[in-house]
Design a protein around this ligand. Structure first.
Ligand SMILES: CC(C)(COP(=O)(O)OP(=O)(O)OC[C@H]1O[C@@H](n2cnc3c(N)ncnc32)[C@H](O)[C@@H]1OP(=O)(O)O)[C@@H](O)C(=O)NCCC(=O)NCCS
Length: 201
């Protein structure tokens, strides 16, 4: 397992992933403070831009400590955050928990499908994951489709999984095993990668 994410750059045909920084807060606030995005996230959203800046400052520290990998999504040909994707290992060092959102103007162009592909590559090839997983509110068919296009399948439904705006919401639980990824996408490599991860003893 890593003890610190020192440098992460992953570039595909459509998107580029790089570490979140505090200076991303204005772009993130403009795009995430949108009901179309927030309705599908466990997070209820920011109160203001300063809150996001504080969160991103904490995320930079988490990356340095190897606790989680928080990445900005940029389009491959233009700098500037258009969404976020992160991978955490909250329960076991080989269980990669993937979460993401994308600003509405960028939906349905294949961006998140590729971002998830790049993060699976990072998790299985570089971070020794045995399984990647994601939870998706039941009915969020676009997100489920993104994962299924990357080889994930639905293990089942987590009933009353998240308390969102006064009511419990069910979630689909989707997983991708390393053996499945090896068989279907093991030959995948990004257009460009530059990954430096500090390892423990
Ligand atoms: C879900 C989300 C990440 C998808 O990102 P995206 O870049 O638009 O996804 P892609 O373009 O790579 O792929 C979307 C796929 O879902 C399909 N899709 C989109 N909306 C759909 C819907 N309502 N029902 C069924 N399929 C849908 C698209 O047709 C596409 O599939 P295709 O390539 O087979 O045509 C984005 O809409 C988003 O950020 N939503 C709000 C936050 C969120 O839901 N985060 C995930 C929480 S688990």
């Amino acid at each position: 397992m890593p003890v610190g994410f020192e440098q992460i750059a992953l570039v595909g045909e459509k998107v580029r992933l790089r570490p979140i920084r505090e200076g991303d807060a204005p772009d993130a606030y403009r795009l995430v403070d949108d009901e179309a995005v927030l309705a599908n996230l466990a997070w209820d959203g920011p109160t203001d831009e300063a809150e996001i800046a504080g969160t991103y400052r904490r995320w930079v520290a988490e990356m340095k400590a190897g606790e989680a990998c928080h990445l900005a999504i940029e389009s491959a040909d233009k700098a500037g955050l258009i969404g976020c994707i992160d991978v955490r290992f909250p329960r076991h060092p080989q269980q990669a928990d993937i979460g993401y959102w994308l600003g509405v103007p960028y939906w349905n162009k294949g961006y998140m499908t590729e971002a998830v592909r790049l993060v699976c590559y990072l998790s299985f090839r570089h971070l020794d994951a045995a399984r990647a997983y994601a939870t998706v509110f039941v009915g969020n068919n676009g997100s489920r489709r993104v994962l299924e296009k990357n080889g994930f399948s639905v293990d089942g439904t987590l009933r009353s999984h998240v308390f969102k705006r006064g009511q419990f919401v069910d979630s689909w639980f989707l997983t991708l095993l390393r053996s499945e990824w090896d068989a279907s996408q093991g030959g995948f490599s990004p257009r460009y990668e530059d990954i430096v991860v500090a390892k423990g003893e």
